[in-house]
Write a protein that binds this ligand. Structure first.
Ligand code: NAD
Length: 510
C-alpha cells in the first residue's frame, strides 16, 4: 500500500468536503496539481471547489455548529481525544506526506504531526477549563458572572509552510469551544488538507456528532476571498503573508467580523559578547536553515557584539558547510527544497538587492543544479537599515549585523516592521532581563538561550506590529474562538438600578 493510499488520497481528488461521506464531486472545478518540490513532479491532482460547493460546505458547517454548540464541552473534548489517538497511529504517514508535499525534512514533518497531537491533548484538558469569572454585584441579592459561549463557524485559512499543524491549533481548540471550522489550506499543500480531513471524517463517522470539520480547496482569490467576505463566518483565522493579512483584516473589519492574524516575521537573535556559542550556533543554524528558512519564526538576522563578530561568523560558516541538502525524506538530509520556483526566484531577487547594497556574501548564494527547487543556505554581512533586511524573504538567507552595546542591539533588533519571535544568547543576567523588560524586545515571543523557531504549544503564539497581533495555540488563546456573555440574576424580589439611580416608584404597577 502506498503512502497516499494509507492516507486515503487518490490520483484525482475532490476539493471540497462537508464531513464523513461528504466529499463533493467538484469534477467541473479547475484542476490543481500538487507538486513534490524535491523533484518538480506532480504527486496527485485536486478538482478545486466551485461556488456551489462552497455554499454546500458553509451551510453544512452552519447547521453542524447549531447542534455542536449544545454538546457539553467535556464531551466535545472526547471527540478531540479520539482525533489525537488517530494522529498518533498515523504520525509516520502524515509526517511523510508533509515532507513529500511541502519539502521540510522528515524529522520536521513528524514534528509537525507531534504538534497536532500536543495541541489535541491540550484541547482535551481545556474542554473542562473554559472558565468565566464571577463578580460581586453592587446590588444585594444579585448574582453576576460571565460565561463563554461558542462563536459560530470559524474560517481557517492556512499557509503552505505548516500544512497541518496550523489547522490543528485552530480547529481543535475551536472544536472544544463548540465551533465548527471550514478549512482552506494553501494551494501548494492540498493533499495534506485531504489527509487530515480523512482522519477527521473517520473519527466523526464513529461518533454520532455533527460534521464540524469542513474543507474547501481552491485559489485564495476565489474561494478564500469568498469566505473572508461571508458574514455567516464570524471569525477568520488567517495565517500567511503580511500584505495578504492586511487586506483580509480590512475586509473582515469592514463587516465587523473578528480576525486572528498570524503574519510574517523578521526574527533576530542577539549574540551577546559572553554568549555560550555551543548553544548559540546550533540554535542559529536550526533557526535559519531549518525548513529551508521557510518558517514564520525562521532566524533572519543575527545581531553580534562587534568584538565577537568574526568568531561567530567563522563558527556559522563552518556549521553551514556541514549541512546536507537533498531529498527531505532521506534520513541524513538537514535541508530540503524551497516550495516552488517562485520561492527560488524570490531568493535570487533578494540576493540581487543585497549585492546592490554592497552586501558581503559570506556563504552560499547559489541555486542547486538539477531537478527540484534547491538553493544553498546563505550568510550575508549586512546593515539592519537596508530595505531588503527590513523585509521577510521566505528563504534561507541570514543577515549578520554588528552592534556596539546592549542598547544598540535592542534598538536594531526592534527596528523592523515585524514583531514575531526574538531571542538573546547571554550569560549576563542584566542583558537578559533588559531584553525581556518593557524596554526590550517588542516581539510576541522573546527567549533567552533558546532560538527563535520551534515554539511549544503551551504558550500563546503570535506577534506584534506587522505580524498581525493574533494569538493562537496555548495559554488563553481559546478566548478568541468564543463570545463572552455577562449575566446578572436578580433574586432580591426588588427592582434596583445600578449606580443607585432612582427612576420613580412604580413598584405597585402591574
Ligand atoms: P500567502 O499569504 O501567500 O497565503 C496564505 C493563504 O492565503 C493561502 O491559503 C492562500 O491560498 C490564501 N489566500 C491567498 N489570497 C487570498 C485571498 N484573496 N483571500 C483569502 N485567502 C487568500 O502565504 P504563504 O506563502 O502560503 O505562507 C508564507 C507566509 O505565511 C509567510 O509570510 C510566513 O511568515 C507566514 N506565516 C505566518 C505564521 C504565523 O504564525 N505568524 C505561520 C506560518 C506562516
Amino acid at each position: 500500500m502506498s503512502l497516499l493510499d494509507k492516507l486515503g488520497i487518490k490520483e484525482i481528488n475532490s476539493g471540497a468536503c462537508t464531513g464523513p461521506d461528504g466529499w463533493l464531486s467538484t469534477e467541473g472545478g479547475k484542476i490543481l496539481e500538487s507538486v513534490n518540490p524535491a523533484t518538480g513532479k506532480v504527486i496527485a491532482t485536486v478538482h478545486q471547489c466551485s461556488e456551489d460547493d462552497y455554499e454546500t460546505v458553509i451551510k453544512t458547517s452552519t447547521e453542524a455548529f447549531k447542534e455542536w454548540r449544545m454538546v457539553p464541552a467535556p464531551v466535545r473534548g472526547q471527540l478531540v481525544r479520539k482525533i489525537a489517538d488517530r494522529l498518533r497511529d498515523q504520525k509516520d504517514y502524515l509526517g511523510s506526506l508533509v515532507s513529500l508535499e511541502m519539502g521540510k525534512i522528515k524529522q520536521e514533518g513528524d514534528g509537525e504531526v507531534q504538534e497536532m497531537i500536543d495541541i489535541a491533548d491540550f484541547a482535551v484538558g481545556l474542554s473542562r477549563q473554559l472558565y468565566g469569572l464571577s463578580m460581586h454585584s453592587e446590588r444585594p441579592m444579585h448574582r453576576m458572572y460571565e460565561q463563554w459561549h461558542p462563536l459560530g463557524p470559524v474560517g481557517v485559512i492556512t499557509a503552505f509552510n505548516f500544512p497541518v499543524a496550523v489547522w490543528s491549533w485552530n480547529a481543535l481548540i475551536a472544536a472544544v469551544c463548540g465551533d465548527s471550522t471550514i478549512w482552506k489550506p494553501s494551494s501548494s499543500t492540498p493533499l495534506c488538507g485531504i489527509a487530515v480531513q480523512n482522519i477527521c471524517n473517520d473519527v466523526l463517522a464513529d461518533s454520532g456528532h455533527p460534521p464540524i470539520f469542513g474543507l474547501i480547496i481552491g485559489s485564495g482569490r476565489t474561494v478564500g476571498d469568498r469566505m473572508v467576505r461571508d458574514s455567516r463566518v464570524p471569525l477568520i483565522s488567517f495565517t500567511g503573508s503580511t500584505p495578504m493579512g492586511k487586506s483580509i483584516g480590512g475586509i473582515v473589519g469592514e463587516r465587523l467580523g473578528s480576525t486572528i492574524l498570524e503574519l510574517g516575521g523578521n526574527n533576530a537573535i542577539i549574540v551577546d559578547e559572553d554568549a555560550d556559542l555551543s548553544l548559540a550556533i546550533p540554535a542559529i543554524l536550526f533557526g535559519a536553515v531549518g525548513t529551508a528558512g521557510q518558517r514564520c519564526t525562521s532566524t533572519r538576522r543575527v545581531l553580534i557584539q562587534k568584538n565577537a563578530f568574526d568568531k561567530v561568523a567563522d563558527a556559522l560558516k563552518s556549521a553551514y558547510g556541514q549541512v546536507s541538502i537533498g531529498d527531505p525524506l532521506e534520513e541524513d538530509t538537514l535541508m530540503g527544497p524551497l516550495v516552488n520556483q517562485g520561492a527560488v526566484d524570490d531568493y535570487l531577487a533578494a540576493l540581487d538587492r543585497i549585492r546592490e547594497h554592497g552586501g558581503e556574501i559570506l556563504f552560499g548564494s547559489n541555486v542547486k543544479e538539477g531537478s527540484g527547487y534547491f538553493v544553498e543556505p546563505t550568510i550575508v554581512k549586512a546593515e539592519n537599515s537596508w530595505e531588503i533586511v527590513q523585509e521577510e524573504t521566505f528563504a534561507p538567507i541570514l543577515y549578520l549585523i554588528e552592534y556596539d552595546d546592549i542598547e544598540d542591539a535592542i534598538e536594531k533588533h526592534n527596528a523592523v516592521p515585524q514583531g514575531l519571535s526574538s531571542s538573546m544568547f547571554t550569560n549576563n543576567i542584566i542583558s537578559a532581563e533588559t531584553f525581556l523588560s518593557p524596554a526590550g524586545s517588542d516581539c510576541g515571543i522573546a527567549n533567552i538561550n533558546i532560538g527563535t523557531s520551534g515554539a511549544e504549544i503551551g504558550g500563546a503564539f503570535g506577534g506584534e506590529k506587522e505580524t498581525g497581533g493574533g494569538r493562537e495555540s496555548g495559554s488563553d488563546a481559546w478566548k478568541a474562538y468564543m463570545r463572552r456573555q455577562t449575566n446578572t440574576i436578580n433574586w432580591s424580589g426588588r427592582m434596583e438600578l445600578a449606580q443607585g439611580i432612582s427612576f420613580g416608584d412604580f413598584s405597585e404597577s402591574k
